[in-house]
Design a protein around this ligand. Structure first.
Ligand code: GAL
Length: 414
């Protein structure tokens, strides 16, 4: 009798398991992004873990080389009818064409149910809303105008945190004399544009930055102040190293981490690399907005959810969007990503010394400066980025030539 009972129990268990598996079939979602550095991959893992724990199955498609390589590939897949369940873009206008083509689903129900509007800074809620519909999940707040430095290297060279550009270049001269590369530069167009924008805000000020990027005002670009920005940017060529062309951003960060270089102009995703190298903000490395800056160029990343044909895929998207905006996933992901959580209602007490500077500045809306991707179209930003890269690569190009090319590029891309 016992054997029969055992057999029956076994059969019931198998059915139960099968039913259980059927009910718990993981909700599969392919997530397309460009996070391939050590710090970025560690951060993505936090989202993947949270999604899988919630009943999803994260299928990872990572294409490195930063967004410049990945975005065209992902956009072609969506237009070609082979969309991933979710795709990364920078916060701002990069998604506008896909939205206009009706290829992106709106997330109004989830946003409503989860109270996203109340949880987000107005600038980020607006950045993911088109015609009153929520069309993306903002997942972080990346400061773009940070300058990172190796504390031991600066201390050894007798260099203090620069608060002006004169102090910055004096520090660079001391580092050169000590045999240290003053500035680790990744000579890729997007990185050079990021560095120019940090100088534009720091030297030119908030009004000039907004006139240049929000208003696309050619007179602002012809101003003596903008010319000074161009001259400072050009001068940094003499404080970088011949190996900078096409250097990946995280390789440049590695030069500061190892002490080969003193400074790097980079967004706070660079912090993810310091964290991975077990370096501590305020102890092993320092960070300034600037130099001498108190404004925070606020950018970040969003995920859009292309319209899918199957109901299961759409359900998986619902789960993924909910998980990505959840408080726990936000804190876990951003701690590894180097960014600040985009939600205002999460506990930031564990943030490091650099992130705390960012959160402090962000308390004042007047200091929240939208990134170029938020203010200008993808075409304008790309055209200007190409002009900046051309100027960097051609020391013989004058600041006046650069100004003229900038305005021509804007006219042609508008
Ligand atoms: C930026 C993105 C960041 C960071 C960086 C380098 O566009 O917002 O998340 O990863 O690229 O890949």
């Amino acid at each position: 009798m016992k054997r029969v009972a055992r057999a029956l129990l076994g059969a019931v268990a198998m059915v139960g398991l099968a039913v259980g598996v059927a009910q718990a079939d993981p909700q599969k979602a392919e997530v397309f992004h460009w996070w391939t550095s050590g710090g970025e991959a560690a951060a993505v893992q936090e989202f993947a873990k949270a999604f899988d724990a919630a009943g999803g199955q994260w299928v990872d498609t990572a294409i490195g080389g930063s967004g410049s390589t990945a975005r065209p590939i992902g956009i072609n897949r969506i237009i070609g009818g082979d969309p991933p369940a979710a795709m990364q873009f920078n916060t701002g206008k990069q998604i506008d064409e896909l939205v206009a083509q009706g290829l992106i689903r709106n997330l109004d129900d989830i946003a409503e149910k989860e109270g996203w509007k109340a949880a987000l800074p107005p600038a980020f809620y607006d950045a993911v809303t088109r015609d009153g519909h929520v069309i993306a999940v903002p997942i972080n707040n990346h400061g773009q105008n940070w300058v990172w430095y190796n504390k031991a290297v600066l201390d050894k060279a007798g260099v203090a945190e620069p608060t002006t550009w004169d102090e910055f270049f004096a520090a660079g001269d001391k580092l050169k004399a000590a045999g240290i590369i003053p500035v680790a530069v990744g000579g890729q167009p997007w990185q050079l544009n990021l560095m120019l924008n940090a100088i534009l805000l720091s030297e030119g000020g908030k009004d000039l930055y907004l006139k240049v990027y929000r208003d696309l005002d050619p007179e602002a670009v012809k101003s003596p102040e903008f010319k000074k920005v161009a001259e400072i940017f050009g001068k940094i060529r003499d404080y970088s190293d011949p190996g900078n062309p096409n250097r990946d951003w995280n390789v440049a960060t590695g030069m500061v981490i190892s002490g080969k270089a003193g400074f790097q102009f980079m967004g706070d995703w660079a912090k993810g690399e310091f964290v991975l190298a077990n370096q501590v903000a305020g102890k092993d490395f320092g960070c300034i907005l600037g130099p001498g800056q108190k404004n925070f160029i606020m950018g970040g990343d969003v995920f859009i959810f292309p319209k899918l044909k199957d109901e299961a895929g759409t359900k998986a998207q619902d789960l993924l969007a909910t998980v990505m905006m959840s408080k726990d996933a936000q804190v876990a992901f951003n701690a590894k990503k180097g960014s600040v959580p985009v939600r205002l209602d999460v506990d930031n007490s564990a943030l490091d010394a650099c992130a705390k500077i960012g959160v402090e500045v962000l308390q004042d809306p007047d200091k929240q400066i939208p990134a170029a991707d938020i203010l200008a179209s993808a075409d304008v930003v790309q055209s200007l980025t190409d002009v900046v890269a051309e100027y960097w690569a051609n020391p013989s190009m004058s600041a006046d030539d650069f100004v003229a090319k900038w305005n021509t590029a804007v006219e042609q891309a508008k």
